[in-house]
Every structure is written in structure tokens, then in C-alpha cells.
Design a protein around this ligand. Sequence first.
Ligand SMILES: Cc1cc2nc3c(=O)[nH]c(=O)nc-3n(C[C@H](O)[C@H](O)[C@H](O)COP(=O)(O)OP(=O)(O)OC[C@H]3O[C@@H](n4cnc5c(N)ncnc54)[C@H](O)[C@@H]3O)c2cc1C
Length: 684
Amino acid sequence: MGDVGPFKGSAVHVFKKNLDLTGVIEHIMALDDVEIVDVAQDLDFATDLAADVVFVVAVDNFEGKEAAGGAVEDLVDGSAAAAADSIHAVEFRQVEGLLFRVGEELGGGSRGEGRGEREGEGNLGLTLGQGKELPSSSLSKMAAIAISFLMLFSLIASTLSHTQSPTFMAFVLNATALPPHDSFDYIIVGGGTAGCPLAATLSLDHRVLLLERGGPPHLNPNVMTQEGFIPTLRQVDPFHSPAQPFTSEEGVPNARGRVLGGSSAINAGFYSRADDQFYNRSGISWDPNLIERSYQWVEKAIVFEPELQSWQSSLRDALLEIGVQPYNSFTFKHSLGTKIGGSTFNSSGHRHSAADLLNYARETNIKVAVYATVERILFAPSDSPTSKENAIGVVFCDNLGRYHHAMLREKGEVILSAGAIGSPHLLLLSGIGQRNYLSSWGIPVVTHSPFVGQFVYDNPRNGISFVSPMLLQHSLIQVVGITDSGAYLEASSNVLPFPTPVHSVFMRPPSSPLYFSVASIMEKIIGPVSAGSLGLVSTEIRANPSVRFNYFSNPVDLQRCVNGTRKIGELLRSRAMDDYRFWGWSGGDFRFVGPGLPENQSSDVEMGEFCRRTVNTIWHYHGGCLVGRVVDENLKVMGVGSLRVIDGSTFSISPGTNPQATLLMLGRHMGLKILKERMQKTTI
Ligand SMILES: Cc1cc2nc3c(=O)[nH]c(=O)nc-3n(C[C@H](O)[C@H](O)[C@H](O)COP(=O)(O)OP(=O)(O)OC[C@H]3O[C@@H](n4cnc5c(N)ncnc54)[C@H](O)[C@@H]3O)c2cc1C
């Protein structure tokens, strides 16, 4: 029978939720030309066994396309009624001449500590009777045996979790270990928020190389915890830290992820889907079914319901008190009012990121290289009427300074997922940009694309911070107020060590540090409409390009900020905030850290001046390779062939309150879309 590992030589069915395994197995056994050779089960160990189980039944021995197709149709529509309800959006796929059918949850997992922390499991997990024929009399026993095995695995896995490398590390290599030349169907530049789900998805049918300039996230303890959020942003250096610092031309410090998982591995973890208007406004050609499926795929794997901390509860109460209504409780959806969003930190404060989605890759089809910095995209003349040049591969450099060439196979593509700074930067250095500008840098022009690096946006963040009279827990964003005046309201709280007076005469230094808490309320404006640009400072990819965001250059943005900061004023005056005042004989005051709001909050001029003076970033910068300007609706780079950009650089507006949910979804969505397109082309 040979290797019946994940999908190879098998028709594979994925079922989920409360499946009566016995019925399915018996049904398959009754089909001609079909023989069960393997039962594999994919189960998230932290989830209730009965409530959310993924069963994978692999069938083999079919004569060919018709037989397999018929068998699968029978299975879905026929007498396995118990199973039929549980099968999700099944579709056919052809791999290496074999037809198999894949359920919606292909490679998917469920909420919980996640597959990322499991050891010793392949893509489909536990297998029983692999390569052996199973007598039908033993079938009902099989389910029970399988479940016992799963429980055993569950026990072992939960013991191993937190002490082991994530599963995906089985196919992550230091770039130094890669050969100087190799070829792939898809070469993805940037193992970030969109790049990881994209690579995992494409690897299901194709040979994929994912190139990431940073290292694995779990090697850095600060990256992996909620408390490590600020230290990660502080412990920066120009070339190696997981957070790469950069400062915009207007002097606002900023950061971008340089680690497997990208910015999702250094961010504040808040997870909230795009607003409904975003999909139309983005210009991207979406498949509505894939949007929902892709969100769910991400959410099951790496998103959690946060336990509200006291400061976050106070913000929620204050938002409701000032009329940011209705209360939408916990939801991933974007609607007007106050809500609790998702978090990529679990209840222990342990981070999950896009890197964990690599657990759903097909291991035999993917290579992930870390410490691999892509320096150039390679092109060759094409005979297509729409493009003179096609991307044919990339050149990347490893940590030892050695160069490697990764080349495309026939019909392959290079896909940039290097983020809103990284993707336009790499296009420019590869000769795609404004002709005269490139020539002035001595870069040979591949195609004249005047808008590369133009229309770069950053949503300004403004707000206040104050010392809390009581100690608060650390909290990153959990609650958001979605107002109707163009601003979103969010909050965080930090515990900081109290600086002890070194030479105090009256006081002995304390044996352990004292702590105090700082609470912050911030507003982020929607959009923004003020656009900036990005330019080269050298031809070295490791050096940050120069970025100017032109914060508030459009008065619409300033008015939105005035509206948002006014709301902060209202929040401070709410009863829910009284606990955070220091009370004296003359009343209660906030002890602000940094500037407080202007006295006269009814003055647009004073509030506008506050916005300009205190502008900061919320790290939601985007643009630089906009749809309709640099890439088309399928995110293909216009003017050249075999090259796409799939990341936040294609957005002209930041989706929803916070972008990572949409970017994670985008990676999965585009991966599925590309698979589907290629499959349709092969079938025709
Ligand atoms: C500090 C911070 C806090 C944030 N907080 C939140 C939040 O709470 N919620 C939220 O929704 N969003 C948040 N965001 C924003 C969100 O994380 C980003 O918008 C999103 O992750 C960007 O995704 P991306 O795929 O476009 O790029 P990224 O995730 O940044 O991925 C780009 C990847 O490409 C790699 N790369 C770049 N150039 C090269 C090259 N030449 N060769 C190889 N690899 C390369 C990078 O190392 C990186 O891994 C935050 C961002 C930051 C920085």
C-alpha cells in the first residue's frame, strides 16, 4: 500500500464536530473501489472531545478520478447522514494525478493551547492501522481505540507543552543550511502575519519556500509573553532584534516585526475583524465564502477570549456610560458600540502568532528558512502580451553572508509578504518603481511603476496616561469603543518598577523593588486619509528606508483626532473613572504621566494642537503597494508577470479597529484562492 501519510495517494476527507465515526467508516467500507487504509484524527487537546473533534478518514485504492469522485459524492450525499451534516464545504483537488476531496477545515485545528505546542505529531496526527487492511468487524472498536489513543496523546502533549519547540520547527531551517540553488512553485518573501498562513495553505498542493529574515519567535522569551510586549519594543538593535526600530521623518518612533510570525509576533495581540465597508473599499477581489472560512481557520488556531482585567472593565463601563453604545460583549465582529475583542495571548499570557499557523502546512512540501534576507527579485524577459518581464526567483543572503538563489518552477510565483515597509522597499531595490527615481539610485529599471512606495499611511495614536492609585494588572488592548465620529478608543495598563532614590538619607533601599501602575487611554482615527511616502536611503535592504507619513496633513484626520480626544475627555469625567483619581480636600485629580488634555476641550484649535503635539503611532501603518496603483485586484504586480504582493502594503485603509485579523485572513484567503485558480486551470 505504500505511504499513506497526509494526502499522498489517498482520497482524504475531513470531518468535524460530533461525528459518528462508526457510521462513516461503515459507509466507506460498503463502497466499491474504496478501502480504508488509515484513520487519522486531528484534535485540539484543550477542547472538549465531543464538542470539537476533527476526524480525517483517508480512503485509497480507487481506480481513478470517476471512482473516487463517485465514492466521495456517495459519502457526502448518501447514507452517511450522521456524517453529512458535519462535512464542511467539500471541494475536489487534484494532486500528482490523484483526486482528493478536502473539507473546509483542511489542516485546521481548534481553539486551545494549539497544535503549535504539540510535539511528535505530523500534519494529520495519530494514525491507526496505517498500510493495513482493516476487517469490517473491528470497525466499531476502532473509533474507541482511536479515542483512547487521542486521550493518551492529549495527556502526553499537555505535559510537553511549553517545554518543547513548536511543531512547525520540524521544517524550519537556518538559511545557512539551504543549498545555493533550489527551485519551488511558490517563493514567499516574509514569514509574517500574512506570509505564514499563505505559505501553510499553498504548501497543501505545491512546493513552497518561505524566507524570513528574523529568527523563530519562541527563542526570545519576551516575544512569547504579554508582559514582554514593552521590553521587546525597547530591546532593539538595527540588525538583529525581533522588533526593528525605525523613526518616521516627522520624528515618531515606530517598529516592525523581524521574526518568524512578523509583526503578529511582537504586537499587542488584539484581534478584531475588518469593518464591512473595508472589503469593497480595499479593491481586492474577495471570495465571500473564503473570507468567513479563512477567519474561522485563524480564530480556531490562535485566537482566544480574553479574561477582562480590572482596568479594561473600567474602560468598558466608562465607554458605555458616555454613550458608546450598544454593548456588543465579546465578539470578533466590527460593529458600532463597545465590545471585547479577541486576543492572540491565551489565558496564561502566552503569545500565539502567525507562525503557529505553519503547523497546518504540509510538511513534505514546505521549507521555511529563517535568517534569510531577500535582497533582490530576479526577472527574465517574458513573451506575454501584458508583461515584458517575469519574476523567476529571488536572491537571499544568510547569516554567514552567503548568497542563495531560489528559482521558480513552471507556473510558479514570487509572493512578497514583507509588510508595508518591506514589500515596497524590495520592489524598489529590484527595479520596480518610478523610472527616473530608480535610475538616480543606479538601479536597473525592470518596469516603470510610479506608485511603488507612494500612498503610505499610519493611523495616528493620541491619548493620555496616568498613575493609578491602586496596583493594576498588566493589560494590553482587550476592550474597544467604536464611535460614530471617526475614532476608536482603546486602553492598556502597565506595571512599572518604582525608581528608588539612590541616596535617600531618610530611607533604606527596599529589599525588593516597589511597583506602580500606569493606565493609558488612546484613540486611533479611522483611515487615515493623509498619505505619505517611502524612499531609499541606500541600496542595502537591511537599512530602513526613509518614511514620511504626513500625519494630519489632511484636515479630515485632524477633525477625527479632535473628536476622539474629546471622547477621552468624556471618559475621564465618567463615574467609572473616579477610582483612578487621587482624592484630596479640593476633589479628585488624575496624576498624568506626560501631557494631559487641554483645559478647554471645546476648542477645536487647542484640541487640534494637542493632536499634533502628542502624535504617536499605533503601528498600523499600511500602503506603499496599493491595489489599483501597484497591484491589481488579485494582488498581482502590474507590469510584470509571476509576482504578487500579499500583505498590508496593498491596503489604502486600515481594516476595522486593528489590522492583524484581516491580514491573517488575507494570507489564508489568497492561498485558497490561488489553489483554486490553479486547480481550475488544470481541470480545463
Ligand atoms: C508593536 C506593534 C503592536 C501592534 N499591535 C496590534 C494589535 O494589537 N492588533 C492588531 O490587529 N495589529 C497590531 N499591530 C499591527 C499588525 O501587527 C500589523 O499591521 C501586521 O502584523 C502586519 O502584517 P504584514 O503581514 O503586513 O507584515 P509583517 O507581519 O510585519 O510581516 C513582514 C515580514 O517580512 C519579513 N521581511 C521583511 N523584509 C524581508 C526581506 N527582505 N527578506 C525576508 N524577510 C523579510 C519581516 O521580518 C516580517 O516577518 C501592531 C504592530 C506592531 C509593530
